[in-house]
Write a protein that binds this ligand. Structure first.
Ligand code: PGA
Length: 250
């Protein structure tokens, strides 16, 4: 069975709640494509107003982060139950910016992934190498390690529902998109890794996105690759461009 594409916007630290409502209203007529699951991952404070604005559309609102404890003395954090209480079904876990600026590690990513599954939230699990690692020729080894740790203790049944976002760090926000061959090579290696950890069926079901300077012009070729099931889109998700990216196949 063909995997349904999933194209997610990652708004990062952009858009106040009122701007979020305006952006959802602008984008909602543009992101209609029944071949694609469309997710807007937005800042926590924007989740509720964005959901209100997206009511009755095909847009699902996701979160950009979540903590791995249930509740308690963790000032500033958002719990899984806070997300599910308002109907959030997707959460980005382990984005490279969280790893770089907020000290997230493969181990904390794993804890968050397990917690998301426990609460029925689909994690969009990010991985990807630095430019130095690519130049050293260790991209695939490095990404395989990130994936193996992220999925420790995750069952095959859970893993099949996960989303992985392969985002080479050197391509994020730089306008320097990976070539189609580079993106497909790593996404295929990730699928092979999932097959090794679990089995063929899980590997064939899990969805793997490419992220890093996805644009209207690069999306069609990237998303046509056999192992690329959509994208995680930063900058271009804040613009009407996102409508054309979601409709890459039209
Ligand atoms: P970008 O961001 O599309 O702006 O490169 C992608 C991401 O960080 O998810």
């Amino acid at each position: 069975m063909a995997r349904k594409k999933i194209i997610a916007g990652n708004w990062k630290m952009n858009m106040t709640p009122s701007q979020a409502v305006a952006l959802v209203n602008t984008l909602k007529p543009l992101v209609v494509n029944e071949d694609v699951d469309v997710v807007f991952c937005v800042p926590a404070i924007d989740i509720i107003p964005a959901m209100e604005a997206a009511k009755g559309t095909n847009i699902q609102i996701g979160a950009e982060n979540m903590y791995f404890e249930e509740k308690g003395a963790y000032t500033g954090e958002i719990s899984p139950a806070m997300l599910t209480d308002v109907g959030v079904k997707y959460v980005i876990i382990g984005h490279s910016e969280r790893r770089e600026y907020f000290a997230e590690t493969d181990a904390t990513v794993n804890k968050k992934v397990l917690k998301a599954f426990e609460h029925g939230i689909t994690p969009i699990i990010c991985c990807g190498e630095t430019l130095t690692q690519r130049e050293q020729g260790i991209t695939i080894d490095f990404v395989r390690q990130q994936i193996k740790i992220a999925f420790l203790g995750v069952t095959a049944q859970q893993a099949a529902t996960a989303v992985i976002a392969y985002e080479p760090i050197w391509a994020i926000g730089t306008g320097k998109v990976a070539t189609t061959e580079q993106a497909e090579e790593v996404c295929k290696a990730i699928r092979d890794c999932i097959c090794e950890i679990y089995d063929e069926a899980t590997a064939e079901t899990i969805r793997i996105q490419y992220g890093g300077s996805v644009s209207v012009s690069s999306a069609p070729e990237l998303f046509a690759q056999p192992d690329i099931d959509g994208g995680l889109v930063g900058g271009a998700s804040l613009k009407p461009d996102f409508g054309a990216i979601v409709n890459y196949n039209k």
